[in-house]
Design a protein around this ligand. Structure first.
Ligand SMILES: [Zn+2]
Length: 452
């Protein structure tokens, strides 16, 4: 608006000036170095205006000539970097899509266009990994460590590579370095804990867990159980270094952190028993059984109650089972003791209850064969149960939830895949029988006359 008003004023003034000069032509006389110019004021004013315009235009043309190369270069650079970022984006999409060839093509393009190596390093590394060139990827991740902005990304890449090739020592070193850079990273805290635990550096693992609890990266219950497993590991270490007091202290800690932690309860009860503290051992077993009934607790209970023969075993078990009535493991334990005590009716009742509860496994069928053999000497029934046992599912064992590896003894790590705390008490996949069960079956079969 203001510009319009100024423009109108300027046009008005100019028009008035032209009219005024036309009304008052006047005379101008100029004498310069012998040159005599006679003209009107209007012509002179026009000449001056023309001269001014010519000078202004020449100046602008000169400015254009001097600035043009820079402007052209800048716009060229802008076009190149635009293309470079586009290639970078396309490369990232190709990596996400798993298109190795396209990612390699785009990363070359982006690298040539952008001329900023740090920016393309991550894509180069990821593309190299996608093309199966782990060595090149490692080179790019290592190059990233020199740039403070990229260091964490480089460490993460190298850490993943170390974990993948099973190099725990390097992985732990990298994880510790990365955590110093980004202490709030949750996945890193988890990875660091896992590596510390795997290395058996239980104190550092405990610190890592406390850090995870602060970050709230896992539930409190989950972390409590992990702390219990760590305490279990510390107890094992203390025993190895010949410190039984510390070993007991950590076993107690493990159980107090997680009373349902079977392996810790078994260890603690065993430690109490070896110190002659049967009352405490009995208490630990009863509490653990009430939460997670497990066959390993049965033998400890017999030791704690100082029972040796079948009849006293049955009566001791009746007390233990009252802490978790109806548990399948309880039915099987009492059936075994009843068989030993020749209480056939009781054995039959509890084996029936176990099968009714869905425990159709080798052990239960073998015990049924044993019962039929000893109680009624019914060879047909013995053969029937042995035949069922031969094709039945295996009994529960410690199974790794990560790789399916099966063991008889619980451990802090899977002995096969080295995952931390993956063992659950479960029916193992497949029909793999344990040597002990096979022997048991073989003995029974030997007693049984062949059909042909
Ligand atoms: Zn495993």
């Amino acid at each position: 608006m203001l510009r319009l008003i100024l423009f109108l004023i300027a046009v008005g003034t100019l028009a008035w000036g032209v009219i005024w000069v036309g009304d008052n032509p006047g005379q101008v006389s100029l004498n310069w170095h012998g040159w005599q110019v006679e003209t009107s004021a209007g012509v002179l004013a026009g000449g001056v205006a023309l001269f001014t315009i010519t000078v202004a235009l020449t100046y602008r043309f000169w400015l254009f000539l001097t600035r043009a190369p820079g402007q052209i270069t800048a716009s060229y650079r802008e076009r190149r970097s635009r293309k470079g970022y586009k290639a970078l984006t396309k490369g990232m999409v190709a990596v996400a899509a798993g298109d190795a060839e396209e990612s390699r093509r785009q990363v070359q393009k982006a690298d040539g266009l952008l001329g900023e190596p740090p920016l393309t390093l991550l894509l180069k590394a990821q593309s190299a990994q996608l093309n199966g060139d782990e060595l090149a990827a490692e080179r790019f991740f290592t190059a990233m460590l020199d740039d403070p902005e990229m260091e964490f990304l480089g460490l993460r890449g190298l850490l993943n590579q170390a974990v993948k090739r099973g190099d725990d020592v390097t992985a732990l070193e990298l994880a510790r370095r990365a955590q110093a850079l980004k202490p709030k990273s949750e996945w890193l805290a988890e990875a660091l804990f896992d590596l510390e635990a795997r290395a058996g550096t239980w104190l550092a693992a405990s610190d890592a867990l406390n850090h995870m609890t602060k970050l709230a990266s896992a539930s409190k219950g989950e972390n409590r159980h992990r702390q219990a497993v760590v305490a279990f590991g510390e107890s094992l270490d203390a025993e190895k270094t010949g410190d039984p007091v510390k070993a007991l202290k950590y076993a107690e800690k493990a159980v107090s952190l997680d009373s349902a932690f079977t392996a810790a309860a078994v260890r603690l009860a065993d430690m109490y028993l070896s110190r002659g503290n049967t009352r405490k051992a009995q208490g630990v077993v009863e509490k653990a059984w009430g939460l997670t009934p497990h066959p390993d607790l049965v033998a400890l209970y017999f030791r704690a109650r100082k029972v040796a023969n079948g009849l006293s075993k049955v009566s001791a078990l009746e007390k233990l089972l009252s802490f978790k009535p109806g548990a399948v493991e309880g039915h099987i334990a009492i059936a075994e003791a009843a068989l030993e005590a020749k209480l056939w009716g009781q054995a039959r009742t509890h084996l029936g209850a176990a099968m009714e509860a869905g425990r159709l496994t080798r052990k239960v069928f073998t015990l049924m064969a044993e019962l039929e053999d000893q109680d009624r000497s019914d060879k047909d029934q013995v053969r029937h149960w042995l035949a069922r046992a031969a094709t039945a599912a295996a009994d529960p064992l410690w199974v790794c939830t990560n790789c399916g590896h099966v063991t008889q003894e619980w451990s802090t790590h899977c002995p096969k895949c080295r995952t931390f705390d993956p063992m659950v008490w479960d029916t193992p996949p497949g029909l793999a029988a344990l040597p002990a069960q096979q022997t048991h079956l073989a003995l029974l079969s030997a007693d049984t006359p062949s059909q042909d």
